[in-house]
Write a protein that binds this ligand. Sequence first.
Ligand SMILES: NC(=O)c1ccc[n+]([C@@H]2O[C@H](COP(=O)([O-])OP(=O)(O)OC[C@H]3O[C@@H](n4cnc5c(N)ncnc54)[C@H](OP(=O)(O)O)[C@@H]3O)[C@@H](O)[C@H]2O)c1
Length: 322
Amino acid sequence: MKAIQVEEYGGRDALSVVAKDVPEPGDSEVRIEVKAAGINFADIMQRRGHYHGGPEAPYVPGLEVAGVVDAVGDGVGRSVGDEVVTMLGGGGYAEYAIADAAGLFDVPEGLSFEEAAGFPVQFLTARNCLHEWGGLEEGEAVLIHAAAGGVGTAAVQIAREAGAEIFGTASTPEKLELASSLGCDHPINYEEEDFVEVVKEHTDYGADLVLDGIGGETTERSLDALKQFGRMVVYGAASGRPGTPSTADILFANQRIIGYHLGRATQLKPMKVMGAVPELTELLSDRKLEVQFDRSFDLDDAADAHEYIEGRESMGKVVLVP
Ligand SMILES: NC(=O)c1ccc[n+]([C@@H]2O[C@H](COP(=O)([O-])OP(=O)(O)OC[C@H]3O[C@@H](n4cnc5c(N)ncnc54)[C@H](OP(=O)(O)O)[C@@H]3O)[C@@H](O)[C@H]2O)c1
């Protein structure tokens, strides 16, 4: 089978097309014929060798796929032909992938494989950061950074469904237009406006909740946009630098900074992470939430797909199609 392999950490050229044996499922596992593999920013951080606890090269990247069950191991309550979606520890950028049968869920009704491959990582992250971790309540003000990104577009929609007042940042008018169309009340072009000032202008004392996957100065400045007793969920560092907020500022403001990592939390508290799957599946099937599908690339063109996301051209979800 064809797969994409990171030979050594590095830039886009680190991704090579390779031939591998079709893998066999073990007990409690299935083999999936991959119809679409979701690309996540974490894939890029891992490829660069900058991902905390990431895989050692050489490895096949890919943390989520949608496809058709093609073979089943012993003790599996799934059948060949089932259309499924799942998260993986890796190995999704390939024609076939092995998955733990316990982590499979059905492709939400009415979704294409490309859309379905855009659901698990980003929607679960958005949902959990807002609700399970962030404790969002109706009427609260939430600031969502990279609001036109994969997690961002999911978060804007989920916050809209929760009745929040939504502030969203992005770097271009097109991205902000997308965020607005999904329910962002206050789109902020951070290249032109100071997001702290905009949040303060429209709230009494600041946002109740911030979702930050950017890191660096964005994390540090976001505390200024957060009110007393506010919460900030930090879940990524797309800027390449984690934030280093001042603990003195945090304590005087009675604020809480909460870390979120989907992979680790899934291992340690699977129900806390996956409990939202039935509700999200229903909302996606009813089209109350939509995967903001940007575009697909052929599996062979994984390097172009990474460049597209790193170049900040993507809006919503990008997938690979074998
Ligand atoms: N902790 C977890 O479990 C978890 C799960 C999923 C994702 N994440 C993290 O969440 C963040 C978003 O992930 P995603 O897959 O949804 O990606 P994404 O939002 O689709 O893409 C990243 C966005 O970040 C913004 N950005 C700001 N500075 C950047 C820089 N220096 N280089 C590239 N982009 C930059 C860009 O938006 P603008 O142009 O609008 O600034 C870009 O479009 C990433 O940090 C990712 O690692 C974490």
